[in-house]
Design a protein around this ligand. Sequence first.
Ligand SMILES: NC(=O)c1ccc[n+]([C@@H]2O[C@H](COP(=O)([O-])OP(=O)(O)OC[C@H]3O[C@@H](n4cnc5c(N)ncnc54)[C@H](O)[C@@H]3O)[C@@H](O)[C@H]2O)c1
Length: 253
Amino acid sequence: MRFSGKAVIVTGAASGLGRAIAKSLAQEGAKLVLVDRAKDQLENLAVALRNEGGEVVEVVGDVAHEQTSKQAIALALSRFKALDILINNAGINPTGTISQTDPATWRHALDVNLNSAFLFCREAIPHMVEVGKGVIVNTASIAGQRASTAEAVYGVSKAGLIMLTRTIARDYGAKGIRANAICPGVLESVMADRLTRMSVDQVAARDERFAPTVPLGRLGTYEEIAKATLFLASEDASYVNGAQLTVDGGLTA
Ligand SMILES: NC(=O)c1ccc[n+]([C@@H]2O[C@H](COP(=O)([O-])OP(=O)(O)OC[C@H]3O[C@@H](n4cnc5c(N)ncnc54)[C@H](O)[C@@H]3O)[C@@H](O)[C@H]2O)c1
């Protein structure tokens, strides 16, 4: 039970990777503040985890709004009297080249994928500094490490998130705070917002196209990325700070 008694905030917890991370943390004894805008899905997960004996509270809100970060951190401190770990995982996946991306889409993607992490970190860090310890894990992507075709704003937002992580590692390491980014490759599950723009055939074609290009010969699962995220969040990674942990089956090797 690596996270026994630890107070953890997970954003984007209602589905996909965030859900897998929340479940794994609950199994390892963490007390959770789960954040997502998808009200029903979030509440269903929170109820399920509480029924299994977990200490779980939820915040329904948009991570791009400063109010949501304030609410989540205040809830961790009031309910659990602590904030040990912050996992900024919520994200959206708009596609398109620069000329295919309208300014509103560009700004919105940066707000959700990058500025939200700034807001949550800005709110959480003073409390972590006060107690002299804290851990931040940001879900980035290999799309933030090298350019992907027609993923302009997504890649820029994830590259920004990696630099946000490194900046925190440098500025706050001496205060006992570790910050790391996890960079998943191509996963079996397409992100929910992108899935709304893809047919079943398009998803199958994507999987067929990518799997042979991965040295391990297959796409990754949410559970595999959750395990790597928990490693970074845990004391097993006590000397890991400012890292980009690529978990992509060797795709970018
Ligand atoms: N699936 C992949 O192939 C993949 C690959 C690399 C990186 N990632 C990253 O992993 C993270 C999770 O992705 P996923 O595959 O689980 O996607 P997902 O769409 O299944 O989950 C994202 C969650 O974030 C929530 N969310 C989105 N915008 C929000 C907002 N403004 N406010 C509050 N909640 C919001 C959604 O409701 C959803 O529950 C993302 O940051 C994504 O960029 C995913």
